[in-house]
Design a protein around this ligand. Structure first.
Ligand code: UT7
Length: 331
């Protein structure tokens, strides 16, 4: 049995910066409210003439390949996590594959929202561990800004979600370092607490004027329910990963939570009794980019030299589904 490691990580965010003051101009909100309740100061929104989910992912992937010194032709398989694909079908995995010139290799799409990157990482880890593939390209990429209700009615979610992409090269590791374990969970009882209902297929008519004018194409979130479940599940799934590997919270060198809300991250940090220098957050600059948030954060943490060889890195996520997941990695 082999082990797998993150050999390189990269990210891309759209150029357009949208500050809280910009949002004040289009809805009834304030910079103070957004900063106090979410920690977000600004986010990136895509440029419809330039950015697509798959081309943002391609840019992040090229950075990850360069940093891991992996040639594009060495990639054996793609796992693409997004809940905002370019097309209704096929998924964005094949579009990125085409852009990279990798026609022929397998491309799998994952729709596990905020937990999507860890689910994708887990799948890549299994393929590498069994020896089936040597280099798997894992990405998380989202364009959320086009599905947000930017009127005052949608303000509790439209101030949070944003756009971006992150990518990792998962490679066979010969020295025992790398992904120690991953832990995946879901509870469909809460599917409608955070979702985009349409265009759903289980309708007599998939698209009608009435549907288009209604609210069901926008992201709908019961923020309080998400918050309450998130803080419990985050802690549980981190403890599960630590116990599985015989570790305790003080062994963690760096904790990178899915960037859902700074208050959630701070709450979990407190529960785990982790000092500030062991937790990396960048939601202030990018908002909540769903499946992209963890790889963007790992990439930035690596750039800022907060991740050193041998560090114990803990990742955890919670989101729509509900789904939640963790990974423990010896960097
Ligand atoms: O990746 C996982 C995805 N989601 C999350 O992690 C979200 C988890 N939940 C949250 O982050 C929080 O629940 C929110 C940030 C979404 C909301 O914060 P909250 O502290 O739970 O506020 P609330 O929904 O209880 O609303 C409090 C008040 C309400 O006004 P009233 O009824 O007290 O008069 C809202 O209408 O704040 C109002 N409000 C806003 N005010 C200004 C809601 N959104 C806004 C806004 N600006 N953007």
């Amino acid at each position: 049995m082999y082990t797998s490691k993150i050999a390189g990580i990269g990210h891309y965010v759209p150029e357009k910066v949208v500050t809280n003051n910009d949002l004040e101009k289009i809805m009834d909100t304030t910079n103070e409210w957004i900063v106090e309740r979410t920690g977000i100061e600004q986010r990136r929104w895509f440029n419809p003439d330039e950015d697509t989910v798959s081309n943002m992912a391609t840019k992040a992937a090229r950075m990850a390949m360069e940093r891991s010194q992996t040639k594009v032709e060495e990639i054996d398989f793609i796992v693409f996590a997004t809940i905002t694909p370019d097309y209704f079908f096929p998924g964005s995995g094949v579009l990125m594959q085409r852009e990279l010139g990798l026609q022929g290799i397998g491309a799998l799409d994952i729709r596990n929202a905020c937990s999507g990157f860890i689910y994708a990482l887990s799948i890549a880890d299994q393929f590498v561990k069994t020896g089936m593939y040597k280099n798997v390209l894992v990405v998380g990429a989202e364009i959320q800004s086009s599905a947000l209700d930017k009127s005052t009615a949608g303000r509790s979610s439209s101030v949070i979600f944003a756009d971006g992409a992150g990518a990792a090269i998962i490679t066979r590791s010969e020295n025992g370092k790398g992904i120690l374990s991953t832990h995946l969970h879901a509870d469909g009882d809460f599917a409608e607490e955070l979702y985009v209902k349409d265009p759903g297929s289980s309708r007599k008519v998939r698209l009608s004027q009435e549907l288009i004018e209604g609210p069901t194409f926008n992201l709908t979130m019961n923020g309080n329910a998400v918050f309450k479940h998130a803080v419990v599940r985050f802690s549980e799934v981190i403890q599960e990963a630590l116990q599985h590997n015989g570790h305790s919270p003080e062994d963690i060198d760096l904790f990178i939570p899915h960037q859902a809300n700074l208050r959630i991250s701070n709450f979990v940090q407190k529960q785990m009794n982790l000092p500030d220098e062991k937790v990396f957050n960048n939601i202030m600059h990018y908002g909540n980019t769903t499946a992209a948030s963890i790889p963007i954060a790992i990439s930035e943490a690596w750039e800022k030299e907060k991740l050193k060889e041998g560090d114990l890195l803990c990742l955890a996520a919670f989101g729509s589904g509900f789904t939640w997941a963790s990974a423990l990695i010896r960097w």
